[in-house]
Design a protein around this ligand. Structure first.
Ligand code: COA
Length: 173
């Protein structure tokens, strides 16, 4: 996308049920891990504040260009011997044409604060070992550490890097 027109802005807001069609289209265009509608509805019902969409407003009309969703889990801490609530990143994506505008970073920061508000004190995720853009996002900007490799985590046989963080990032706009 050429950002010559000054009449545009990117922002992040809570997802509504009406957004789920756009969210599913973005997911299907960007990731091989796809889900039925009820899966999104379930996450939206349980964790509405951390299910966010990234939007472009150009000339007064809004387009959903990205999304992030989390779920809450309880388990052994990635940073010590204790039981904690963890925010597990379920899925994050931005349409190709709108990348490198800071939309994922904005959604990740707001999403981490929102799942923290649900009780999460650590944040965990899996990312394909080949996914350099996402790995950089998590490690360079958000302090996620690689904890282990999960062999053949994905259906096509690719391994996942399992990453975790225990600090909230600053909120960015
Ligand atoms: N190469 C290297 N680093 C990259 C990158 C790339 N192509 N894209 C993002 N990053 C890193 C950089 O550190 C970047 O900061 P910088 O622009 O200041 O250098 C940082 O991430 C933030 O980038 P941002 O603009 O917020 O990311 P984005 O909106 O372009 O979205 C993804 C990043 C990963 C969500 C996007 O590439 C995407 O949707 N990919 C396909 C789906 C996917 O892989 N999801 C993650 C699954 S775990």
């Amino acid at each position: 996308m050429t950002l010559e027109d000054s009449d545009f802005s990117f922002y992040v807001r809570a997802t509504t049920h009406d957004d789920l069609g756009s969210v599913m289209s973005i997911n299907e265009a960007t990731l091989p891990e796809n889900y039925p509608l009820f899966f999104y509805e379930d996450i939206l019902e349980k964790y509405p504040n951390s299910f966010l969409v990234g939007c472009l407003n150009a000339g007064g009309s809004e387009k959903v260009v990205g999304y992030i969703m989390w779920r809450l889990e309880r388990g052994i801490s990635e940073f010590g011997v204790k039981i904690v609530k963890k925010g597990h990143l379920v899925s994050l994506a931005v349409l190709d044409a709108y990348r490198r505008n800071g939309i994922a970073a904005q959604m990740l920061a707001k999403g981490m604060h929102a799942i923290y508000a649900y009780g999460a004190r650590e944040f965990v995720l899996e990312v394909r070992v080949s996914n350099v853009p996402a790995y950089n996002l998590y490690s360079n900007k958000f302090g996620f550490e690689k904890k282990k490799v999960i062999p053949q985590y994905y259906r096509d046989g690719e391994d996942a890097n399992f990453m975790a963080a225990n600090r909230l990032p600053p909120l960015v706009d």
